[in-house]
Design a protein around this ligand. Structure first.
Ligand SMILES: [Zn+2]
Ligand SMILES: [Zn+2]
Length: 331
């Protein structure tokens, strides 16, 4: 079975939070959070099309400058989304630099920045290099409630959690998982190649009457092939939750967002013995993270954003989270 995306934490669990979501095909990536990006190569960052930022505490947003610097040489947009006030934060960072070398002949790169308030994308602006990064308010994309990005193969949902300020959590949900059955391609005398990706996208969009050109074979009606060649099942779900108080409202939102996730990445900042510190700083304990993962029926749990106070016992938070999840941690 092949995944649509391969997600991985950018840093170790005691360092800045952030998830790099690499698409298996199409040389593309998405970021959840924009803290320290040091472990990512320039090549990996150049693949990033969209960045979803939970909130602008420095450990979640300090990587903006490096990403911007790399993208300046890349034509086209870089999409960023964050909580209310995010467009101002981005504008202030842009204004911290001198841009006298930019003019209308510069590479046509622009930032498309939007804000998620309550349950909707409600504000957007672009900052174009050719326009010396002057702010230009634009219309918001027309998206359903909770959705911050919608494409044929997947969509991304968000939830605004309480962290004293709003902190956004995100879930990438693949529309449908479509895999080629093992060994069948050869049996049918069909070649491998890009036509398979095209066919998968059509199946995900529910268009089965289409004819797909197969090199060396001719056009094939997709409907005649679907059952024999493809396995179609529920799509991959990757959820990222960080910087959230353990309130009832947050719990409900997290359980809904992470429902049946294949991979849940969730903060585990304090041990349960320090739950008073966790509630004072509006973070989750490892035990709370594990309990949420169990209740949401996720398949794989990953914890991060550990407080440095546990550096002497680095495995303790993971152990506590997995005990509550009722599973042994992966080695
Ligand atoms: Zn924070
Ligand atoms: Zn944080």
């Amino acid at each position: 079975m092949s995944w649509l995306v391969q997600p991985r934490l950018i840093n170790g669990p005691f360092d800045d939070p952030g998830l790099y979501i690499d698409f298996r095909y199409g040389r593309r990536a998405i970021l959840f959070d924009l803290g320290d990006l040091t472990p990512l190569s320039s090549r990996e960052l150049m693949r990033v099309s969209h960045v979803f930022v939970s909130h602008t505490h420095v450990d979640h947003f300090a990587g903006f400058d490096r990403l911007l610097r790399l993208c300046l040489h890349r034509p086209g947009p870089l999409h960023l989304l964050g909580p209310p006030g995010f467009i101002d934060r981005v504008e202030h960072r842009l204004q911290g630099f001198t841009w006298n070398l930019l003019d209308e002949t510069s590479v046509d790169f622009w930032l498309h920045v939007s804000e998620f308030r309550d349950a909707r994308v409600d504000r957007a602006a672009i900052f174009r290099a050719r326009d010396v990064f002057k702010r230009d308010e634009v219309a918001c994309p027309d998206l359903p409630e909770r959705v911050v990005l919608k494409e044929d193969d997947f969509h991304i949902e968000a939830a605004a959690l309480d962290h004293g300020i709003a902190s956004l959590a995100f879930s990438l949900r693949e529309t449908l998982r479509v895999n080629v059955r093992r060994g069948v391609l050869e049996g049918l005398g069909l070649p491998k190649g890009p036509w398979l990706s095209e066919a998968k996208t059509l199946i995900r969009s529910g268009v089965q009457d289409a004819e797909v050109p197969v090199p060396g074979v001719g056009s094939i009606v997709l409907r005649d092939l679907v059952d024999r060649l493809f396995f179609v099942g529920p799509g991959q779900v990757v959820t990222y939750v960080t910087d959230a108080a353990f309130t009832e409202e947050n719990r409900d939102k997290i359980l809904f967002l992470a429902r049946e996730a294949d991979q849940l990445f969730i903060e585990a900042v304090f041990l349960d013995r320090d739950h008073a510190l966790a509630s004072a700083s509006k973070h989750l304990t490892a035990r709370q993270a594990g309990e949420l993962a169990l209740k949401a029926r996720v398949r794989e749990l990953n914890v991060f954003h550990h407080s440095p106070r546990y550096l002497e016992e680095p495995a303790a938070l993971k152990r506590e989270a997995f005990r509550a999840f009722e599973q042994a941690p992966a080695p």
